[in-house]
Write a protein that binds this ligand. Structure first.
Ligand code: GLP
Length: 247
């Protein structure tokens, strides 16, 4: 796990965004795993700016998003699909037929999980996965649990997660369930870029980096992955016992 501390979210966005842009410049038909939330926004801004400047094309990109709320129409302004369209997909030349999302309203979550797993397999697996981290250490919507999940599944969101995200819901109640890629499907990505900023993530980052590796500490599983780069600002890194290299 290669941890780098940068000065602010914009520098983190540029560093992570450059890795994704460099990747697709080398592999135009790359398969990206993408995350939502506020933390990835500067990364998507960087990628969109690189495209606007003509420095990169996403024409042959295939994307898989980590998760999607249940009980919410896909086009609702608070869906993760809408977040991705607003923050990235509407700003680059990605072919929308190559966008993959879990269907939060699938009648049969197990069948939806199998469909998603097959789609990832058919795409050749995920080349590079962007991850944020929840305040309670969740990745995607893999909340603290008794055992690590494998493929995608329907999850009941914790109070911590509902509290952190309900601020964005003003016209409908915040969903209580989501569909999320499982830990197994996340760690099968060949390369992982984790980003975390702010004091509210310091405890989750400390547990990810120094805590016991178990499903109650979901992000800790990343320590067993061969290719993980973590970008933090000083606040998110503030509880780590030894300060990682600041770049
Ligand atoms: C949600 C998403 C996660 C994301 C987390 C943190 O729970 N399912 O993928 O990492 O929020 O979001 P933020 O970056 O806004 O703190």
């Amino acid at each position: 796990m290669d941890i780098k501390v940068l000065a602010n979210p914009q520098e983190i966005g540029a560093a992570a965004g450059k890795i994704f842009c460099d990747f697709i410049r080398n592999k135009p038909d790359a398969v990206f795993g993408l995350a939502t939330g506020m933390t990835p926004v500067p990364t998507y801004e960087y990628m969109a700016n690189e495209y606007a400047k003509g420095n990169v094309s996403f024409k042959k990109l295939t994307s898989f998003n980590l998760d999607e709320y249940c009980e919410l129409p896909r086009e609702h302004k608070n869906s993760f699909y809408s977040f991705m369209v607003d923050n990235l997909f509407s700003k680059i030349d990605l072919d929308h037929k190559n966008i993959n999302f879990l269907d939060g309203n699938a009648a049969d979550p197990a069948a939806e999980s199998e469909r998603y797993a097959n789609a990832i397999k058919a795409a050749g697996g995920i080349d590079i996965q962007l991850l944020g981290i929840g305040r309670n250490g969740h990745i995607g919507f893999n909340e603290p649990a008794d055992e690590f999940s494998d493929e995608a599944f329907k999850v009941k969101l914790t109070d911590s997660t509902i509290q952190a995200n309900s601020v964005y819901f003003d016209d409908v109640p915040m969903p209580r369930y989501a569909m999320t890629m499982g830990i197994g499907s996340i760690v099968r990505a060949r390369k992982i870029i984790m980003i975390a900023t702010g004091e509210s993530k310091a405890e989750a980052v400390k547990k990810m980096v120094e805590g016991e590796i178990n499903a109650q500490n979901p992000a800790s599983v990343l320590r067993n992955h061969p290719d993980v780069t973590v970008f933090l600002d000083r606040e998110a890194a503030s509880l780590l016992s030894k300060s990682p290299e600041s770049v």
